[in-house]
Design a protein around this ligand. Sequence first.
Ligand SMILES: Cc1ncc(C[n+]2csc(CCOP(=O)(O)OP(=O)(O)O)c2C)c(N)n1
Length: 561
Amino acid sequence: MSEVLTGAQILCRELLAAGVDVLFGYPGGAIMPFYHALPEYPGLRHILVRHEQAAAHAADGYARASGRVGVCVATSGPGATNLVTGLATAHMDSSPVLAITGQVARPMIGRDAFQETDIIGLTLPITKYNHLVRDVSELALRVREAIAIAQEGRPGPVLLDVPKDVQNQKAPYDPPPPRAAGPAGAAVQPSEEIARAARLIAEASRPLLMIGHGVILSGAYGEVRALAEKTGMPVITTLLGISAFPEAHPLHLGMPGMHGEVHVNRAIQHADLIVGIGLRFDDRVTGNVAAFAPRAQIVHVELDRAEIGKNVPVAVALAGDAREITRRLVDAVAPRQCGAWLDEIHGFVRPAEESYSGDLSPEAILAAIYETTHGACTIVTDVGQHQMWVAKHYPYQRPNSHITSGGLGTMGFAVPAAIGVHLARPGELVWAISGDGGFQMNMAEMATMIQEGLSVKMAIFNNGYLGMVRQWQQFFHEKRYSSTPIWSPDYVKLAEAYGIPGWRVEDRGQLAATLARATAEPGPALVEFVIAQEANVYPMIPPGGSLSEPIEARPAGAPAV
Ligand SMILES: Cc1ncc(C[n+]2csc(CCOP(=O)(O)OP(=O)(O)O)c2C)c(N)n1
């Protein structure tokens, strides 16, 4: 006998059946029946955020840290539109987020009713799937579909828009059958293609392994490491591939692209083979694509066929799951080493130079954070200079311990996403690292931490500027610092107003003790680092430039690549 439930109850039951345990959201008129039902389901923990954008980022952070779907909830109209940036962020970075939005009641749709927005139309290009639920009888099926689509293949966000009267509608409900096995394995690669890739690896004198987010999403850590070690290929990690390979490993080179290390970009320009796994060769990686890796053939391993050949021409296309294909590549390749090539690359390395020679350099801060945590934490970064400093200077060792908005580059991401990471990994240390600009975008989420008892450590790199934009103005706009100086409140007092302990660090000598105290706090803590106003991220490839032409901290004096 089926139970008779309301649409709102069916939604809750379906979420529980899918293994959802936490939701991030904000109530309002069109989603009130759902919120009415929610207290009947204590297995669904609801986190009340301070802005729906934060709900979407928190769901995204949760999804990236757990590998499971992250759920956010909002009302119609402004609640739904506030989710848009977070969904676009999740879409660009392949993160499985389910957004549930209330919609005005069906008879009101299309009448410009109070708080009516066509959120289906608005999110069409930034979701894998979205759907306006027109009747309670289809609701359970749509939730199942949406959650499956969010997670299968290349993950991404999905949205269900549920009119208020559908949430109140009653219908017989049968729980879903036990979950079916996941989608059938990715298309099996013809062995000839794997063999061709293996042959190219055997014949290359300067091969590189370039790995991206797909390695983390597919959990291909062991396979990638085995491939690197069996072939001796040096490993490059893209921004979203950071923490897919231990940085202390002798084969690890660093990050490529606009702010990549000189030796990494030079290695790319000299390589005769690039094996790219789980990445899309985006413009921040390639620079001027016509001048990218001019001597290299490319083997591209990628789940999303649409990415293969989109940005760079490919010699061998291996479409499918990164883990499965890499495992087959490991079996197919002959053992080899790349000693001479590695020596050549090490010859490209520039002497370490701090981005700012003053006392409290970003490098010193990041070294101190690493020393305090011994790497046993997840770092969530915002967007700007600090994001690049963290990517370059924090030596990640643990898989999937670096989370950032790579594709959309969304300022304001770090603090709410870190809340999601904390909920996915309770008991683990989570640091949200932001600039003074990005922090001010979502700092109200400190209230969420207190109300919900969430422990996130916050670091602010305060340079008094929208630093990354100021750096571009310095390099490319005659130092016209138009609208980039940014005033900040007293962050220590601000934190205190929320009941959060805060510290300001102005010199290197304070680093270790302050970080130890912040870490020892059982709850959230905030540390503001006052850094040089005009610290820059070096090196930098000018936008549209070739990887061979970096701007460096001091004149290169090195031969052109
Ligand atoms: C939502 C959003 N608005 C604008 C930008 C453009 N943008 C990129 S970096 C940056 C400056 C960030 O400044 P801050 O947060 O202080 O960090 P910093 O670069 O100083 O480390 C801006 C404005 C963006 N990425 N995201």
